[in-house]
Design a protein around this ligand. Sequence first.
Ligand SMILES: *[C@@H]1O[C@H](CO)[C@@H](O)[C@H](O)[C@H]1NC(C)=O
Length: 171
Amino acid sequence: MPQLRSLIALLLTFSAVAAVASAAPPAPGPPEFLVTGVVYCDTCRAGFETNVSHSLKGATVQIECKHFESQEVHHKAEATTDAWGWYKVEVGEDHQEEICEVALLRSPEADCAEIERSRDRARVPLTRNNGIKQSGIRYANSIAFFRKEPLKNCGEILRKYDLYDDSSENP
Ligand SMILES: *[C@@H]1O[C@H](CO)[C@@H](O)[C@H](O)[C@H]1NC(C)=O
């Protein structure tokens, strides 16, 4: 049995090395993390996505990576959301000991451009030692600009969300 185990270990090591080799990009350089997430308009100023919130195309976010001990800023970049509200930012492998934070910068919609402190940012850990080993993609929580005036039917909508929390009955 020990022999079988070491054979399996050897095979696993070999296939891992092969996988790394075949997945390696043509250009040299360490692999990167891809930080991605959604920017939406919180039309009810609810603090969460509702059925009347919508994703924002052309919103600008800033990503900032700080070393988690020294708090030194190592990486700063801007990104703009695509047609579905998603932004994507590449961050180098050398940012493993950092926490990156995505924050709202500019909204494409004048009536949905309010920034609520603390709700305007999402943190993304970039370490590879947290059990999420394979993929370099890191999903940040959705962040939202607040609509200046909540939509007229927001009261009704939010009440429905409350009902869903309290019981599993139909609304
Ligand atoms: C959102 O949900 C509310 C409550 O369930 C409903 O009355 C409303 O029609 C929905 N709006 C949309 C755009 O789906």
